[in-house]
Design a protein around this ligand. Structure first.
Ligand code: F6P
Length: 554
């Protein structure tokens, strides 16, 4: 395995960074020239490696000793972080500087979980909103919030997408062990009618509450689903029922009121909270409804604990920074443009999907903060699934593929359910054995006394991974885990000098969909040659024509 150095990347880095970056090249070259036993050599050369390349913060232990990196490279990377102004950038994040410079906004998700007594920016506003959330959640749980026929709420459906869905849905899934059981909290995000229609099947409108979660209150999928849900409710009752069965979370109060939601039923969101960083805000309402407000506050406290670590720990002992430096190292000196995140926890099965937005909507950019084209590779492609399932799906590629893909294992020392010790030990044994196999390969596959083994069965090993070991999946530890990745993403944005908090790339597709929608709204048998199709390219126009000829407007 060789490390493909991205030489252009070094040239693209401004002089401020070139010194430390150029120090990295020989190290990377070193890896390229060494034999394929590098990981084994690193352990053989340093009996203390496991201890030196591990870090524990509260109940989270980060083992990065199976990373293809040595102390010299790590020191050079920490120097690079220093040269990138990492400490200053972290300070700017927490004090609310307008670091989202393309939108002229701060990124203050950390204020959402700072204890109300603290002097974090907007503390009073956050505290006030948490109080109103607590009161509302209490009324739903006590049954004093009732539907149009006086019965208590049995089911809550969150209507939202992206950051208004992925975070809350992942947390509710992950903390199933802490669920109160009533109301049953569900999530609908896709405009595909199958999503809402199937979710509503069998539900009683009289005991169903909808949370319309949309920071802009302008997202097509969410508003289309909200209108369909309102029609479903009104069909069973009348317009007056909307005030009992719809609440909203939004930064656009006017639009939410226009939809017909009473202002007293709208929980505010603010422009200094990015969508993918918003589960700590009122967007987390479905979480609090599912697990109770006290557990939601534990989630916030766990994130705050990781905030304090990120803000105060020196770079070389800073968990999010070290994790970011290793990702940076592989991205520029490694081979794979992707990273697999594999939580060995069925409760965390939605975590990779949540990380996809957090990572790739924040870091999937090619223009620097100053508007220059970035020539070095930025965000890796994040993918993964729960283990052990991944072993029966894509682990073949991880073990014998043509290039290595760094793997981030996440494991829980304690099971989330009772009477499960034996099965849980099998789960953990598989997690640890996979990282061993990636690193060591199959001893038998080496030449043994000149006897060559079947190359098809050769597992070369020397494939890096990290392991995040969490004592137990509690609200507090989950909050710390999520904040860890938020800060890792931010640290990478500092290294790559990009804005992690805007997402201009998602706007064009939304705009173009309007013309395509118009062309698809022609009569079913039309040729699609109408004016609305004239703006479409030949391929899209042809597809529209086939759809219109095949579509059966049921
Ligand atoms: O994907 C684009 C995006 O704006 C995300 O950043 C956001 O989380 C999602 O759409 C939903 O936006 P809103 O909460 O405004 O409906």
């Amino acid at each position: 395995m060789t490390f493909n150095r991205n030489l252009v990347a070094i040239d693209a880095l401004d002089s401020r960074l070139r010194t430390s970056a150029s120090r990295l090249l020989p190290l990377a070259e070193g890896y390229g020239q060494r034999d394929s036993q590098t990981l084994k050599l690193l352990f053989a050369n340093d009996a203390e490696r496991s201890a030196k390349f591990s870090l524990t913060v509260d109940e989270i232990h980060f083992d990065y000793s199976k990373s293809l990196i040595d102390s010299k490279a790590l020191a050079a990377l920490a120097e690079l972080a220093e040269a990138c102004g990492m400490q200053g950038a972290i300070g700017a994040l927490f004090r609310g500087a307008k670091i989202n410079q393309s939108e002229g906004r701060a990124a203050l998700h950390t204020s959402l979980r700072s204890p109300s007594a603290a002097n974090a920016p907007h503390a009073a506003l956050v505290s006030e909103t948490l109080t109103s959330l607590r009161e509302f959640v209490g009324r739903v749980h006590s049954g004093t919030w009732t539907g149009y026929d006086g019965r208590a709420i049995e089911t809550v459906i969150n209507l939202g997408i992206g950051g208004s869905d992925l975070g809350p849905a992942m947390v509710v899934d992950a903390l199933a062990d802490f669920a109160l059981g009533r109301p049953d909290v569900r999530f609908v995000s896709n405009v595909d009618p199958a999503h809402l229609t199937r979710m509503l099947t069998g539900l009683d409108p009289a005991t169903t509450l909808f949370v319309v979660a949309s920071k802009t209150f302008g997202t097509l999928e969410t508003l289309t689903n909200a209108r369909a849900a309102r029609d479903w409710l009104v069909a069973a009752s009348d317009e007056t029922a909307v005030s009992r069965h719809f609440v909203a979370v939004s930064a656009n109060i006017a639009e939410a009121c226009d939809f017909g939601i009473e202002q007293s039923n709208i929980f505010p969101l603010w422009d200094w909270v990015g969508g993918r960083f918003s589960l700590w805000s009122a967007i987390g309402l479905p979480i609090a409804l599912a697990i109770g407000f006290k557990a939601f506050e534990e989630l916030l406290a766990g994130a705050h604990a990781m905030d304090t670590h990120f803000e105060t720990a020196p770079l070389h002992q800073n968990l999010p920074v070290i994790s970011a430096l290793i990702a940076y190292w592989y991205r520029h000196y490694g081979a794979s443009p992707s990273t697999a995140v594999v939580p060995y926890s069925q409760d965390l099965s939605l975590f990779p999907a949540y990380l996809q937005q957090l990572y790739m909507e924040s870091l999937g950019k090619s223009i620097s903060r100053e508007g220059a084209v970035i020539t070095q590779g930025t965000s890796e492609i994040i993918w993964g699934s729960a283990g052990t399932n991944g072993q029966h799906s894509y682990f073949q590629q991880l073990h014998q593929g043509t290039e290595f893909t760094p793997v981030e294992f996440i494991a829980l020392a304690t099971a989330s359910v009772d009477d499960a010790d034996e099965r849980h030990r099998h789960l953990l044994a598989n997690c640890l054995s996979q990282s061993m196999a990636l690193m060591n390969g199959d001893e038998a596959s080496a030449d043994v006394g000149g006897v060559h083994w079947d190359p098809q069965k050769t597992i070369k090993g020397n494939r890096p991974s990290t392991t995040l070991l969490i004592k137990q999946l509690t609200p507090r530890n989950l909050g710390s885990l999520i904040a860890l990745y938020e800060h890792k993403v931010f640290a990478l944005s500092v290294l790559w000098n990009i804005n992690a908090f805007d997402q201009w790339g998602v706007e064009l597709g939304k705009r173009l969909s309007k013309d395509v929608y118009a062309a698809l709204s022609e009569p079913a048998q039309s040729s699609g040659s109408a004016e609305s199709a004239s703006t479409l390219d030949a391929s899209t126009r042809a597809l529209v024509q086939i759809i219109n000829s095949w579509r059966d407007p049921r």
